[in-house]
Structures are given as C-alpha cells and as structure tokens.
Design a protein around this ligand. Structure first.
Ligand code: HEM
Length: 330
C-alpha cells in the first residue's frame, strides 16, 4: 500500500531520470504554473493527451436542483432553476494508472449548464484542507518528494521540510488518519478555497462549500485496501447507478469575521452557519462527456466571485497549460 500521502506525491513510482532538484527545507521563493506542470511530469512521467493533474478519472452526468433557501438568500443565476450537470471523478496526481485504494486525495469536478449559456464550475478534493498555505509551500513539498524518489533526499529531509512548513503537512496528516472512501460517490468533497456570493440584500458573503453524499460516507477497510485491484472505482460507480441516482447535498459554510479567507491549509470552525443550497443528482457514468472540459474553479457565474487565495489563483494558468497540452496530444 502506498503510504505517501500528499496530493500528487503518491504517484512517484519513477522509471525515468530528470535533472535533480536542489533539496531545501525552505519553500521556494516563487512558484509558477509551469513549475507545477514540470514537477507533475517528473513525479508521474509523460502521458500525452491526458490531464497533467488528476490524470485518472471517469465522467458522469446528472442534474442540480437548487433549494428554496438558496433562492431566497443568494442573488445568483446558479440557483435560478434546475440545471444539467457534467461531472468528473478522479484520482489526484498525474498518473493515469494510479492505485485507487491508496490513501490519496480524490477529486470531484462539476460543470453546471445554466440558462442563457452561462456555466459555473467547481472542482474539490476529498480532503478538507490543501497541502500548503500557498503554491510555494506545495511546490517545495512536491520537489522533495521527487528528490526522495530519485535517491537525492531522504524522508528526514521531508520531515525537516514539513517542520519548517507545518501548513504543508496538514493534508498528509489528515490522509494518514482517514481511510479512503469505498466508492467515488461515498465520500465528502471539499471546495477548500473561499469564494464570495452576493446576498439578496446586495452584500458580499464569503463561503466555502462541501458536497455531502445523502447516503453517507462508506470507507475501505484496511483489508480491502490490500486486496483490491488498482482500478475499481469506475466499475463501482456504474454498478451503483444501476440501482438509481446517487444524490449529494451541496453545503455552503458562511464565514464569520476573522476566518482565514486566503489560506487553503486552514479549515473554518464547524459551528459556522451552513446552508444546504441544493441537491446534485448523478444518473449515469462513463463516456467522454467531461473529456473536453477544463474544470477551472475560477470560471464562476454571476453572483459568485473568487477570493485572492494564491492557490486558487494559480489553478487557472496551471489548468490552462494542461488543457492546451492535452488538446494537442502532448
Ligand atoms: C498549486 C495548486 C494546484 C495545481 C498546480 C493544480 C493543478 C492541476 C492540473 C494541472 C489539473 C489538470 C487540469 C486539466 O487538464 O483539465 C488539475 C486537476 C484537478 N485539480 Fe488541481 N491543482 C492544484 C490545486 C488543487 C486544489 C486546491 C484542488 C481542490 C480544491 C484541486 C482539485 C483538482 C481536481 C478535482 C482536478 C480534476 C479536474 C477534472 O476532473 O478535470 N486542485 N489540477
């Protein structure tokens, strides 16, 4: 069983060589979208034509029904009416053959097709927090993981890095203490970043979202983790949908004064007001409906805006590079 626990880093079984990164317990001073595309390639190898992150995944289709409370409280076309949705469930990392039983983040991305050709996109993880308060901390961690895989650093270097950058350790600690879900649709998914919405009184409200399966979470046992094949989640999803749709509640947690807005390594207190803004119903899976979609979570509809969280901000150029490459078969 894989024990490496940070986003993408688990996929570090390498059979190629590349220039060594300098090992440092300091996070790098800068991190660009291209730096991430490069380190993903180093960690997972080159896989032309597929996503450079979350390379392994499955498409799904369904619909979204907004709640009356969401319609009453928020001024956004996201909640005007029922909307078709296109989804993609995925394994974190750039390896299209990732081990799905690993203690690793998984992803759920949704595109809402709203009236008047509007779209809204979200893409979250099964962990409530991210592996770093900014892109630099995350990049430093990925580079250490790569250096370890190359035999150029040790787990002691990694420990020292995480001690110097404790925010980068939180996601890994969470993954170590939580079993992965038994199915793609039996996990909670967290939006992690802060977004803003317009209230019906015109004020801006900061929020973070979670998708919660109505049937509850089910987790893999340690025994199952040992015995399962590398790929079982897409099959379980299509079998599950033969019994009928799977439903998710979409919860929005509203910020209070002082809650960290731009730090995705920190979760907000549980007692914040949380509103069920509607139900996502998943009806079918498989096919290629999600393949041409760039699920950039900065592509939001009217009445929703993004925060200045630097991790959220860098996702746009990283996804655009990945999108451009895969459309060209690179
Ligand atoms: C520095 C931070 C990050 C970088 C550089 C990064 C990079 C990427 C890249 C390059 C892709 C492939 C995009 C495509 O080809 O369409 C991707 C996919 C994805 N990422 Fe990230 N990501 C980051 C942070 C996050 C965070 C914080 C989350 C969740 C809150 C997240 C969730 C996802 C999901 C769910 C997908 C799959 C989307 C799909 O199915 O198309 N990522 N990421």
């Amino acid at each position: 069983m894989q024990t490496t626990t940070t986003y993408i880093a688990l996929l570090s079984a390498l059979s190629f060589s590349a220039a060594a990164q300098q090992v440092s317990i300091q996070a790098p001073q800068s991190a660009t979208a291209n730096d991430f595309i490069e380190v993903f390639k180093q960690l997972s190898g080159e896989h032309p034509g597929v996503r450079k992150g979350h390379a392994k995944g499955v498409c799904a289709l369904g619909s979204f029904e907004p709640s009356a409370t969401a319609q009453a409280r928020f001024d956004t076309p996201l909640f005007s009416d029922q909307a078709p949705i296109t989804l993609r469930f995925s394994m974190g990392g750039g390896n299209p053959n990732a081990d799905e039983a690993a203690n690793a983040p998984r992803g759920m991305a949704v595109m809402f097709d709203l009236d008047n050709n509007r779209q809204h996109k979200i893409a979250g993880l099964t962990t409530p927090m991210f592996a770093g308060k900014n892109p630099e901390q995350f990049l430093g961690l990925l580079r250490i993981n790569y250096a370890i895989a190359q035999g150029e650093a040790t787990s002691a270097d990694r420990k020292a890095y995480l001690e110097a950058n404790p925010e980068a350790a939180r996601q890994g600690e969470w993954l170590q203490s939580h079993q992965p879900a038994a199915e793609y649709t039996s996990a909670n998914y967290f939006g992690i970043h802060t977004f803003y919405t317009t209230l019906t009184n015109g004020e801006l409200q900061a929020f973070r979202w979670t998708l919660v399966p109505k049937a509850g979470e089910t987790l893999l046992t340690e025994q199952e983790q040992k015995n399962l094949p590398k790929s079982f989640l897409a099959k379980r999803l299509s079998e599950r949908l033969k019994d009928g749709p799977v439903e998710y509640e979409w919860h929005w947690q509203l910020a209070k004064e002082g809650d960290p807005i731009n730090d995705p390594s920190q979760v907000w207190p549980k007692d914040r007001e949380t509103i069920n803004v509607g139900t996502l119903k998943i009806t079918e899976s498989g096919g290629e409906s999600c393949t041409p979609i760039n699920f950039d979570p900065n592509q939001v509809t009217d009445g929703i805006s993004t925060s200045q969280d630097p991790v959220l901000q860098i996702r746009s150029p990283a996804y655009a590079i990945s999108y451009g490459k895969r459309l060209q078969g690179q």
